[in-house]
Write a protein that binds this ligand. Sequence first.
Ligand SMILES: N[C@@H](CCC[C@H](N)C(=O)O)C(=O)O
Length: 330
Amino acid sequence: MVQLLKVHGSQNKFFILDQTELKTKLSQPELVALAKHITAPGNGLLDGADGLLVIDSSDHQDALGSMQVINTDGSIASMCGNGLRTVSRYLSDKFGKDAFKVETMDSDLDVHREADLADDVPTFSVEISPVSFAKENLPFDNLGTDTLINKEVPQFAPGLKFTAIAVPNPHLISFVDEETMHSKTLGQLGKMLNDPNDYFPDGVNVSFAQILDHNKLFVRTYERGVGFTNACGTGMSATSLAFCLNHPDVADFDEVISVYNPGGMVKTRVHSRDDTFSIDLIGNATFTHKIEIPDDDLHANNLDHAKITETGEQVAYLKFVEGLKSQTVK
Ligand SMILES: N[C@@H](CCC[C@H](N)C(=O)O)C(=O)O
């Protein structure tokens, strides 16, 4: 029997599969097929998820393991901030270490256990880097510029300014008012830029942010390969960097920024050293279910015999979210 987990960071939901626990590891096509099946809201498990996080061993220095991110449509993402927190907790529990590295597609990232955000809400801090604004790293095209920082792009939405940042997965960010935040614009733009289009050939995660106060934001994201999500960790991290760069009067480098989202709240800290940026993303790493599936069934992408046990952790998380309600009022 293989143990899988259903987890979330700010209610951005994932399944975790630890390949090192299998008699025979799943091949890459088997992993992609499993990701598409298990995360599907209709015929997957537990009403689906936003992606599958695959843990494997790593021979990189100080890394306790590696993480691969497979979106619900089967596409591969170079990074996932909310997911990395949950993978960090899994590896921390498994190896009994509180600070280490996790190998991701582009780099080995520092992670560590933090003080709980609230009672019984396990919390981790993860490094979000490398950061790039260069059009070839997003990539984008046909925008008449090599970097897109706080510029109007009427083809995307008239009157809004956009910033494009790779962390290293691609993000497009706009600071908007409350009415625009709740309009159809984000969904329409997210869909347009994730269908075949002339601007972002690989698609892009699109976030709208509302400034609530000094070092305080609300962020909503339309995710590449997923659609609307409760929260996107790399999206909130990239948006925090755009906040510090584009709104220096109300956002501070190296200070804690509170980022509220439809699934809860995370904290970020943006660093700038010698023209290099990095972000700390701090938030919950909640395990909601343990799942046992026979090894052979996993290889056959058969979820019919899954044995599911609730952990009970969601109660404390929802209490934490309830307590946030008064904090988002301007
Ligand atoms: N939800 C994630 C980002 C997942 C990857 C994204 N869909 C992409 O394709 O880049 C996060 O928490 O960072």
